[in-house]
Design a protein. Structure first.
Length: 146
């Protein structure tokens, strides 16, 4: 089930820095999705258009993570999403995983997330939803659903 307030993160465990800002023409990570819920007649109703929930814009060191914007699901009350996670690099030495993970807030205002804690570790405190395994300079994408 999709929570009221949630955020996605990209976690770089590729073994190399990914230069999303300084080399943005050749290195990118993004996550897009289309939310869904049940209509009053029981059929599936999809959100109006695809939503970009994460576009990595900062250079991301190996072991680092970047957080997407908070998504507010309090009005639409979507139950789930179908998504697309894409990573592109021109770094021939990148040999490992880039993970898309989710976190949510349960405080009713979207103000308290695991990433706000001082001991935050993205590999431990976030829930992985998709993984792209890089094997050098390439572009790969995977679908995911929640």
């Amino acid at each position: 089930m999709l929570p009221e307030y949630y955020k996605f993160h990209v976690i770089n465990n590729s073994g190399q820095q990914l230069d999303f800002s300084g080399n943005s023409a050749n290195e990118k990570a993004s996550a897009t999705l289309r939310p869904w819920k049940f209509a009053s007649d029981g059929s599936i109703s999809y959100g109006g258009s695809e939503v970009t929930v994460l576009t990595a814009a900062s250079d991301l060191a190996d072991g680092g993570n970047e957080e997407g914007s908070e998504q507010d699901n309090t009005s639409n009350k979507y139950i789930g999403v179908h998504g697309y996670f894409r990573v592109e690099t021109d770094n021939a030495s990148a040999d490992g995983d880039v993970t898309l993970a989710i976190e949510w807030s349960t405080d009713g205002t979207g103000g308290t997330f695991p990433s706000d804690e001082t001991d935050f570790d993205p590999d431990v405190h976030l829930i992985p939803v998709a993984v792209v395994n890089l094997g050098g300079a390439e572009a790969k994408a995977v679908n995911f659903e929640i």
